[in-house]
Design a protein around this ligand. Sequence first.
Ligand code: MG
Length: 385
Amino acid sequence: MAMKKRTIAILGATGSIGKSTLDVIRRNSRYFEPILFSAHTDQTGLLTLGKEFHSARLVLSGQNVQGTSSAERIHYTGEEGLFQAIASAKADIVVNGIAGSAGLAPSFAAINAGCTRLCLANKETIVMAGSLILERARAKNCHIVPVDSEHSAVFQLLEAHGRDNLDKIILTASGGPFHSFSRDQLTRVAPQDALVHPIWNMGAKITIDSATMANKGLEVIEAVRLFDVDADKIEVVVHPQSIVHSMVRFKDGSIYAQMSKPDMRLPIQNALFYPEKAPITVNSLDFSALTLTFESPNMEIFPLLSLAYQAARMGGLYPAAYNAANEEAAALFLVGKVGFLDINVIVEEVLQKDWIGRLTLESVWNTDRQARDAVADIVTQLHRK
Ligand code: MG
């Protein structure tokens, strides 16, 4: 492969996407040179990376290290420090593996710093800012390549088959740990039950989102905005084995699927190597040991999925409101302040407000704040009952 060596910045380097990315990079050190790592609070993990990759700059975005023994090894701190680090590193490739809405501003910073490729595992960037970020990327000649496994699958399928006669995008969903639960069972779910995912080992926030199916909801919105299709063109199918990562159907009825063992290194290396094909990392499937099942999602039990469709159809600032309300409600559930099913109630109530408006960076952040304030009011009322 005649690929020149590229510099790379990994945001969220100590999280699950960061770890998988580093695994890919260690195997392909001829092609990639890490020059920047960021972590939010995992100082130990960050310093360990600094020892392995001596020349990389380190950023701790969520803590101040002034006056501590780490101060001279960590080059930047705080949110401003993260932006400065991205701007001065000028990496060829930026991998954004930051969880939640905190990933949006760093995505813009990466594009503004002139990266030629943004490998995006942070779905909130697209959900919240959609066309804004895509336009900025286009203007700056930055190629956004999705790392979310479903969107990576769709991206590859559309690259291979074109989109001229595209009829539907079919996103698969593992269904999370509760996909066969009744409503009654869901009322008794505790944070520790929701933090165990049957297939993927991920951070806390996305694991809760997977249990409520808000994660799939966010992915529906992500697909609408990233692939520029109507919400009605996206179908979600529950596929607990997570072997088929997504499918596309064409007008003649043909359906193409992208399949592999569930392993995040695959979408990551596809994004890093694109348009070249990456060397093999993941073991092949053993079809004799495989049973694949598919079922429709139960939108009555998991209303966050249908609410996401609603937000996607409304467009504008609704997706940002959906995202903020869900992020806030999931965080409250994690600390035991609201029940599992309250997350649905909260998001539904927030979406009943008026979120019509033009998408600007300012309106997105206003919406984010207003939706979180609305959650606080709703929770106060829930507790009065
Ligand atoms: Mg996904």
